[in-house]
Design a protein around this ligand. Sequence first.
Ligand SMILES: C[S@@+](CC[C@H](N)C(=O)[O-])C[C@H]1O[C@@H](n2cnc3c(N)ncnc32)[C@H](O)[C@@H]1O
Length: 248
Amino acid sequence: MSKEKSIYDNEKFFNSYMEIREGENNHNDLIEQPTIKRLLPDLKGKTVLELGCGYGENAIDFINRGAKRVTAIDLSSRMLNLAKQKNSHPCVDYYKMDMAEIDKLNGKFDLVYSSLAFHYVEDFKGLIKKISQKLKKGGTLLFSQEHPLTTATIDGKGIFNKSESGEYLSYTFSNYNQSGKRIVHWLVDGLIKYHRNFSEIINGIIDTGLTVTKVLEPCPGDETVASVPRMAKERIKPSFLIIKAEKK
Ligand SMILES: C[S@@+](CC[C@H](N)C(=O)[O-])C[C@H]1O[C@@H](n2cnc3c(N)ncnc32)[C@H](O)[C@@H]1O
């Protein structure tokens, strides 16, 4: 995503995204959020830096969990305006900023958190290096991103194959070992993401000296699939990758 302009400031994209994000049975609420939130460290009295904070739902959640101060940054003015309207709090500071520039922020943090934003960043290694510098000793990096099997295919169009009766059978993808830019159609034409294979992501973290302590590829339980059948796709190909790492 360009430094100057966020696709989340495109009115059509923003409205469509919010409709999905706030809609019933969305992937975030059913799959990604319950899993990533289980990995949060104790936040009582802690400082948090959130990267790609969107409209501030996580920032408020961290305050409710006892965080002392949350610095929440995002590239999109629309997202930040909504965050300030819906989720403002005296202990949350919202800044319009590219996460590639967090070295300009003052101080260090106990937790650096990001939900579904790292696949928009071109220089993953550079980002992780800056995050490591912003973490206090003993601090935690916790993030989710689109799963590499999701981002792999060059036009973003991996395909779920179904039986004649409509049962999900398999997933077809390509270009897995070709890292780089993906220009995809999602809600609008021309959405830019970055694909990295699994080893590039994990080694990008290990090479900075952080210790990876948990890796999850969330999968819905029987109850979720029974009530929302399209979630069965997650058993064939996960949508999300969630990683926790510590600065020892
Ligand atoms: C899928 S949304 C997720 C929002 C929020 N984390 C949530 O879970 O509701 C991705 C967010 O990342 C932001 N973003 C993308 N690239 C960014 C960057 N380089 N720096 C800061 N924010 C970025 C977008 O503006 C958008 O708000």
